[in-house]
Design a protein around this ligand. Structure first.
Ligand SMILES: O=C(O)CCC(=O)C(=O)O
Ligand SMILES: [Fe+2]
Length: 135
């Protein structure tokens, strides 16, 4: 009963590869319905999460997924998340290829180091930081 999970958040990465053990516990919020759903364990499978950076680069075509981990309360849990990030010296924003299709950019160009520092300086359950990158 003293175990804690991981509070709700969006990953800042482009994508995250997540390996869970047999305990599981990952919940994600379904974008279309705002309903939290449990991710069933599939032995040997990786969960691939879309993060804020991919949402920004694809100008909202792909959405970053809000997720959390519910603690089991009695078992230890091990997970291995691998975050794929741009270099912190790169500027991120909607891709030129996307804008060439005459899409209106939703996000500004922002230095990735600045974006990640906002993320790491805020607590869980605060405002979605992707809104700060909007034009
Ligand atoms: O442990 C997990 O299953 C997820 C962890 C997570 O969401 C994160 O580290 O960003
Ligand atoms: Fe995460």
């Amino acid at each position: 009963e003293r175990s804690i999970g991981v509070g709700r958040h969006f990953d800042v990465s482009t994508i995250t590869l997540l390996l869970q053990d047999y305990i599981g516990g990952l919940d994600v919020k379904k974008y279309e319905t705002n309903v939290w759903i449990h991710i069933p364990l599939v032995k040997g499978a990786l969960v691939i999460n879309i993060g804020d950076t991919l949402q920004i680069m694809r100008n909202d075509k792909y959405k970053s997924v809000e997720h959390c981990v519910i603690a089991n309360g009695s078992n230890n849990r091990v997970s291995v998340p691998i975050f794929l990030h741009p270099n912190t010296t790169r500027v991120i924003g909607p891709l030129k290829k996307v804008l060439r299709n005459r899409e209106k950019p939703i996000y500004k160009q922002i230095l990735y180091a600045d974006y990640t520092s906002i993320f790491f300086n805020k607590g869980h359950d605060e405002k979605d930081i992707i809104e700060l990158a909007m034009i």
